[in-house]
Ligand binder design. Structure first.
Ligand code: NDP
Ligand code: OXD
Length: 320
C-alpha cells in the first residue's frame, strides 16, 4: 500500500524544467506538484513523501501523514526553520553535478583573485595595456576552506590540483591527504594561516553570523595577496554583511566573492554591488539539477520502501 502513496512537490524551478524532469518520474504513484495551478488545491492527507525548496509554511498542516522529507537542495536550513515540522527523516540533496559546479565556482574565484582579474578588467575598460608586476603563484597562497563536507572536501581537492596550499576547518577534525586540517577548537590557528577564506558551511545556530569583523581581523594580513580575500557560497546568514562591507572599505579584506547574502535577492542599494574588488553571483554557484534531484528522490524512496536505510539524512541536533 505505502509503495503507492503520493509524493507532494513544492519546488521553485521553471515549469519547463519541472515538466521535463517529471515526464517519466514516479510511474506508480500520484505526484502532486503544488506549483501547478490544477494541483494546488489537492488533498495532501495521504502524501507519504514531500520534496521541498523553501516551501509554503502551511504545508505540514495539509500534509499530515508524511514519512520522509526531501530537501530540493544540499542545504536544509529552509526546512528546519519551518513551523509544524514533523519528526520524520529529512534527506538532503547530494549530487555529483552540484558538487562539481560548486567546485568550479570556488576554483574560478580563487584563481580570479590570485590572477588579479579585477584589476585587469578595470584596465580593459580603460584600454590600458599594462602587466601588473606582482604575481604570486598558487603554491604561495593558502586557501582555508571552512566546512569540509561533501562540497568543501571536493573544492579543497580541486584547489590542491590547481597548486594552492589548502587547509581546512570543520566541526570534527577530518583527515584529508596533503592538507592540514583543524577542528572547531582550533579556528584561530586556521584563520591565522589563511590568505583566501572559502565559506562552505551550512547555516546553523552555530554558524549564523560567524563571518564578522572579529573573524576577518584574525585572517593572515600581509600574505602573498597583500590582504585576505573572503569567498562565501555556503549561506548568507553566516555572514554579517555590514562587517563584510566595513572590512572591505577599511582594507581588512582585500576582496570578496559572494554567492549568498543575508537577504536574497541582494538589495539594490547594497554598497557591495559597486565595489570593484567584489564578485557577486545570485546564489548560482551550484544550482540543483532538477532531473538529477528527481532521480535521487526516486532512488531514496525505493530504498525506504525496500527497508534499506536512507542516505544523506540530516542530523537535526547538529542542524545540517
Ligand atoms: P555537508 O553537511 O556535507 O558539510 C558541512 C560541513 O560543515 C562539515 O564539514 C561540517 O563539519 C561543517 N560544519 C558544520 N557546522 C560547523 C560548525 N559549527 N563548525 C565547524 N564546521 C561545521 O554540507 P555540504 O558540503 O553538502 O554543503 C554545505 C552548504 O553549502 C550547504 O549546507 C548549503 O548551505 C550550501 N550550498 C550552497 C549552494 C549555492 O549554490 N550557493 C549550493 C549547495 C549548497 P563536520 O564534517 O565535522 O560535520
Ligand atoms: C542548496 C542551494 O542548498 O542551492 O543546494 O543553496
Amino acid at each position: 500500500m505505502s509503495a503507492k502513496r503520493p509524493v507532494v512537490i513544492d519546488l521553485k524551478f521553471s515549469r519547463v524544467a519541472m515538466d521535463e524532469a517529471l515526464k517519466d518520474a514516479f510511474p506508480d504513484r500520484e505526484v502532486i506538484d503544488l506549483a501547478r495551478p490544477d494541483h494546488a488545491g489537492r488533498d495532501l492527507g495521504s502524501a507519504a513523501y514531500a520534496l521541498l525548496w523553501k516551501p509554503d509554511p502551511a504545508l505540514f498542516k495539509r500534509a499530515t501523514a508524511l514519512e520522509v522529507l526531501f530537501s530540493g537542495g544540499a542545504g536544509v536550513d529552509h526546512i528546519l526553520a519551518l513551523p509544524d515540522l514533523p519528526d520524520r527523516p529529512i534527506v538532503r540533496f547530494v549530487d555529483r553535478s552540484l558538487t562539481d559546479r560548486m567546485s568550479e565556482w570556488v576554483v574560478m574565484n580563487c584563481l580570479y583573485h590570485l590572477r588579479q582579474m579585477a584589476a585587469y578588467q578595470k584596465q580593459q575598460r580603460e584600454k590600458i595595456w599594462h602587466e601588473i608586476p606582482l604575481q604570486p603563484e598558487a603554491r604561495d597562497v593558502t586557501v582555508g576552506v571552512m566546512g569540509l563536507g561533501v562540497l568543501g572536501e571536493d573544492a579543497a581537492r580541486k584547489l590542491k590540483v590547481m597548486g594552492f596550499n589548502v587547509i581546512g576547518w570543520s566541526r570534527r577534525k577530518k583527515t584529508l591527504e596533503g592538507m592540514e586540517t583543524f577542528d572547531e577548537d582550533h579556528m584561530d590557528d586556521f584563520l591565522a594561516r589563511t590568505d583566501i577564506l572559502v565559506g562552505l558551511l551550512p547555516l546553523t545556530s552555530e554558524t549564523r553570523g560567524l563571518y564578522d569583523s572579529s573573524l576577518f581581523a584574525r585572517l593572515r594580513q600581509g600574505g602573498p595577496l597583500g590582504k585576505p580575500v573572503f569567498l562565501n557560497a555556503g549561506r548568507g546568514g553566516s555572514q554579517v554583511e555590514a562587517d563584510v562591507i566595513i572590512a572591505l572599505q577599511k582594507g581588512v579584506l582585500g576582496a570578496a566573492s559572494l554567492d549568498v547574502f543575508e537577504k536574497e535577492p541582494l538589495a539594490a542599494d547594497s554598497p557591495l554591488w559597486a565595489m570593484e574588488n567584489v564578485v557577486i553571483t545570485p546564489h548560482a554557484a551550484a544550482a540543483s539539477d532538477v532531473s538529477a534531484l528527481i532521480r535521487h528522490v526516486e532512488a531514496q524512496i525505493h530504498r525506504f520502501e525496500a527497508g534499506e536505510p536512507l542516505e544523506h539524512v540530516v542530523d537535526r541536533w547538529a542542524g545540517y
